[in-house]
Design a protein around this ligand. Structure first.
Ligand code: SF4
Ligand code: SF4
Length: 273
């Protein structure tokens, strides 16, 4: 069962994958696996999201492709065998039979399908099935300079516990059984700084402890020479965040919303009385 293993943390947004995809599919007819790619289509698309706010903003990236879903709504929506799954797991839209079937595109909850007006057909990533059949790799995989994209056999990744980094799926809550494997998907971070009560000086060496208020999971950091701290990759949720420094009163911020990236700003700490 062929699929992609995508390490989102390695993506540098160079778009080589998108360029290679266009080189392979625009003006090339790989029927019956794929008709030439229509305009304004991105069968692999780099989704950039800004996380955080104020002076603590990061760009987080996720390469998005057809997820080759195990329980694919596009297959269910297709009539007359217009969409099918190959033995290697790749979902294909037949360029002849899929004509006029907008329902195939509308059924995809990942937004991975595009409509080709000129040809009147839905189109998407085929995992370069024509190259797989020739024993070759998808063009996006060979074009990626950081190994963010890899072609793998899903069976090799059946036991997540054996892997150095956990395997994730993109939006599994959609319930389609996505088969593309991800690592290092963007997660929330909690960041901020500590300073003296009058705001005149930063406070390095302050211990910051964030405790997930439901799961009890604890994340720790110590403020650096600029008084800054960052807790990366935290579990989304609400946190109690405690600040403790030598000779300083302890301060706790409760019910801090880190369902998305959280900038707590400047936290003022006062000397012990
Ligand atoms: S991501 Fe969309 S197009 Fe791809 S298999 Fe799933 S439902 Fe179908
Ligand atoms: S080629 Fe690789 S690093 Fe560049 S945008 Fe695509 S996935 Fe990201």
């Amino acid at each position: 069962m062929k699929t992609l293993l995508i390490n989102a943390g390695k993506c540098i947004d160079c778009r080589n994958c998108q360029t290679a995809c266009k080189d392979e599919f625009c003006d090339n007819d790989w029927s019956p696996l794929a008709a030439p790619q229509g305009p304004r289509q991105y069968w692999i698309r780099i989704v950039n999201e800004e996380a955080g706010d104020g002076d603590r903003v990061r760009m987080q990236r996720v390469p998005l492709v057809c997820q080759q879903c195990a329980d694919a709504p596009c297959l269910a929506a297709a009539a007359d065998g217009a969409a099918y799954r190959r033995a290697d797991g790749v979902v294909i839209f037949d360029p002849e039979k899929a004509q006029g079937q907008r329902a195939i595109m509308d059924a995809c909850p990942y937004g991975a399908v595009y409509w080709n007006e000129a040809r009147n057909i839905p189109q998407k990533c085929t995992l370069c099935a024509h190259l797989l059949d020739a024993g070759r790799q998808p063009r996006c995989v060979t074009a990626c300079p950081t190994d963010a994209l890899r072609l793998v056999d899903a069976a090799d990744y059946a036991d997540d516990a054996l892997l150095p980094q956990p395997i994730e799926r993109l939006r599994p809550e959609l319930g389609t059984g996505p088969r593309v494997l991800y690592q290092d998907l963007p997660r929330p971070f909690i960041a901020g700084e500590t300073c003296t009560g009058d705001g005149a000086a930063v406070l390095p060496g302050v211990k910051v402890t964030a405790t997930h208020q439901v799961l009890g999971r604890v994340y720790e950091a110590v403020t650096d020479e600029f008084g800054d701290f960052s807790l990366d990759g935290v579990e989304p949720g609400y946190y109690a965040i405690a600040f403790e420094g030598a000779g300083l009163t302890r301060k706790t911020l409760s019910n801090m919303d880190a369902r998305e990236a959280l900038n707590v700003g400047s936290v003022r700490l006062y000397p012990l009385a």
